[in-house]
Design a protein around this ligand. Structure first.
Ligand code: NDP
Length: 289
């Protein structure tokens, strides 16, 4: 049976170390979260982010805008947050309502405050191995891997999924760790065989339990990023499952993350870590001027 990573406990210890660092600062980092519309899942995420931001000693600025907010209004808000010295991190909760151009809104965020790591500038810095702000979920995956494996030099890593938010940045981070990285996607041929060669297998697909136990190399480390809501056994109830068929996979893998309780809790903890990183960089630049 695989060793099951407790992402909740790891995220809690990460938040505790962030809180200790914040307490020692001479200023208070601030995170602004912008929510447009009333998507119920987004409301829950934003409330959790705000609560955890305050718990680590940072200031939380919540901006809730109506669903009919115009592009110009949202852009003006982002620009005012870029200019606000109390705000070190800006997160625009996605998805945005369909009439808004999310790419243009993200492009308007100052790269120094882009704590989601989604601007082209931060993606470029990551691709070049330069210090920037790394997307939160990929950062969470690497921290978990680092904790369990230490060095990853020479390991074969297969990342299933090539989104800008998850798959591509995870692949870049694994490359920085000297892994030999393969990125798979919906057009990849013979995915099971490819997966069987992976010492590290990352699933970031969004298809419930697609990766079966016999796709996994015995002893491999499996990180399941997928979050899929499916019908539960009880009528009318639902449950969360990952992209990996957990029960089968846990019998073959050496180390595995569960869903829920694996990668998921790391995302907000890494958002707070990015906010701390951004705040320290911004404030140290300010004292140099
Ligand atoms: P996207 O839908 O943007 O990307 C999915 C990727 O999976 C695409 O690259 C797609 O390929 C690939 N794919 C789809 N079907 C197959 C298939 N049959 N075989 C191989 N590859 C396939 O999703 P995200 O990257 O945003 O998210 C992925 C998962 O991670 C989702 O379940 C999401 O909910 C979860 N997630 C979890 C987070 C967390 O905090 N734990 C945070 C963010 C996301 P192609 O490019 O060819 O279409």
């Amino acid at each position: 049976m695989a060793d099951i990573i407790d992402g909740k406990a790891f995220a809690a210890s990460l938040r505790a170390s962030i809180a200790a660092e914040v307490a020692a600062l001479s200023f208070q980092p601030g995170l602004a979260v912008v929510l447009v519309g009333d998507d119920p899942a987004s409301k829950v995420y934003v409330a959790n982010k705000a609560r955890q931001t305050v718990e680590v000693g940072m200031r939380s600025f919540e901006h809730r805008l109506p669903a009919e907010t115009t592009q110009a209004t949202l852009l003006a808000l982002v620009q005012s947050l870029n200019a606000d010295a109390a705000v070190h991190g800006i997160l625009v909760q996605l998805p945005l309502p369909r009439h808004l151009d999310a790419d243009a809104i993200i492009a308007a965020i100052s790269p120094a405050k882009d704590v989601d790591g989604l601007t082209v500038t931060n993606a470029g810095l990551l691709a070049n191995g330069l210090p920037g702000l790394v997307p939160c979920t990929p950062l969470g995956c690497i921290l978990l891997l680092h904790d369990r494996l230490g060095g990853m030099t020479g390991l074969n890593a297969v990342v299933i999924g090539r989104s800008n938010l998850v798959g591509k940045p995870i692949a870049q981070l694994l490359l920085q760790q000297n892994c030999t990285v393969t990125i798979a996607h919906s057009k990849t041929r013979d995915l099971p065989t490819l997966c069987r060669g992976a010492d590290i297998l990352i699933a970031a697909v969004g298809r419930p339990e697609m990766i079966k136990g016999d796709w996994i190399k015995p002893g491999a480390t499996v990180i399941d990023v997928g979050i899929n809501r499916v019908p539960a056994a009880a009528p009318g109830k639902t449950k969360l499952v990952g992209d990996v068929a957990f029960a089968e996979a846990a019998g073959v893998a050496g180390i595995i993350t569960p869903v829920p309780g694996g990668v998921g809790p790391m995302t907000i903890a890494c958002l707070l870590r990015n906010t701390l990183t951004a705040a320290k960089r911004i404030e140290s630049r300010a004292t140099l001027v």
